[in-house]
Write a protein that binds this ligand. Structure first.
Ligand code: HEC
Ligand code: HEC
Ligand code: HEC
Ligand code: HEC
Length: 195
């Protein structure tokens, strides 16, 4: 995958709520219920608002603009997290990924794409697909399932599992080479979840 290095000097609309007054748009997906996607990347997102273990404060801007990639050489590409916001042909280079949304998309999510063409990045919130256990996602018919890499078991990627794999596994990878970083590892539950 071609690395897109974003300039860290990007100026964000600080403090702009990410549900700001962006006009709603319609997309050609199976559902019209997703809220409008904001045109600038959210600064800080509070995840797990309803989690028993406590909320997770996620500094989106740190991850998307500072040197937070595994090697520590640049920001994390948008599609490392927003993995369906790229053409299926690109996603397939990183198995088990294969799904694009919308399925026929030709664009890859970047800060510029978001600003210029929010229609093409609709439905990017993780929970639109990785719904909580026992609920139905709004974008796709069912919570995604993949085969476990080390057995024939099927893994259901609920919000809990998808986020833990994406977030905590990267921190564990980063720590293999750089001991001084602050990203909470899979076992450091309460460094992410805070009451
Ligand atoms: C790297 C940060 C991080 C670490 C470490 C972490 N979590 Fe999470 N956890 C999250 C995020 C983010 C979510 C999903 C939030 C959402 O759906 O909004 C989540 C979701 C959950 C949920 C589901 C909450 C719900 O109601 O949907 C549970 C339960 C949970 N975590 C427990 C744990 C436990 C137990 C540990 C330690 C073994 C742990 N977490 C470690 C970030 C983390
Ligand atoms: C480290 C992971 C990560 C990276 C890198 C990342 N994001 Fe995000 N982004 C998230 C998470 C998690 C959310 C919250 C999604 C949710 O609520 O389920 C989010 C939310 C968003 C939202 C709001 C979605 C909505 O519907 O409210 C936008 C827009 C967005 N990101 C754009 C971007 C862009 C553009 C980039 C690259 C410049 C980027 N993100 C990089 C993880 C990431
Ligand atoms: C449009 C639906 C959709 C959205 C939005 C989405 N996912 Fe996924 N996700 C899937 C599907 C489907 C799979 C199964 C693999 C595939 O088909 O690409 C998957 C797989 C995954 C995996 C497993 C990959 C692996 O290597 O084990 C993780 C982790 C993940 N998603 C995290 C996230 C996070 C974090 C977000 C938000 C930043 C997100 N997903 C947004 C549909 C989605
Ligand atoms: C591709 C790698 C990667 C992914 C994915 C990732 N992180 Fe991080 N994260 C980092 C790195 C690197 C740091 C530490 C940077 C440092 O200490 O200089 C970090 C730091 C953090 C911190 C400490 C505070 C801060 O902002 O520096 C928290 C909390 C955190 N991450 C939560 C999350 C959550 C929640 C997610 C998923 C939504 C996530 N991270 C996804 C690489 C990642």
């Amino acid at each position: 995958m071609k690395r897109i290095i974003l300039l860290a000097s990007v100026v964000f609309a600080l403090g702009m709520p990410f549900s700001a007054s962006v006009p709603s748009f319609s997309t050609a997906g199976p559902s019209q219920d997703a809220p409008a996607v904001p045109k600038v990347i959210p600064e800080v997102i509070i995840l797990a608002q309803d989690g028993k273990l406590g909320k997770v404060k996620f500094n989106h801007a740190n991850h998307a603009t500072k040197n937070y990639n595994i090697a520590g050489t640049g920001p994390i590409d948008c599609v490392e997290c927003h993995h369906t916001a790229q053409p299926a042909s690109e996603a397939m280079k990183h198995p088990p990924l294969k799904t694009a949304w919308p399925a026929d998309r030709t664009t890859t999510l970047t800060k510029e794409l978001l600003a210029n063409d929010p229609n093409s990045v609709g439905h990017i919130a993780c929970r639109n697909c990785h719904a909580k256990a026992g609920t139905t996602p709004i974008t796709i018919p069912a919570i995604p399932e993949i085969k476990a890499s080390d057995s024939a078991a099927i893994v259901t990627l609920t919000n809990q599992l998808a986020f833990h794999r994406n977030c905590a596994n990267c921190h564990a990878d980063v720590l293999k080479n750089r001991k001084d970083i602050k990203g909470p590892t899979p076992q450091q539950c309460t460094k992410c979840h805070m009451k």
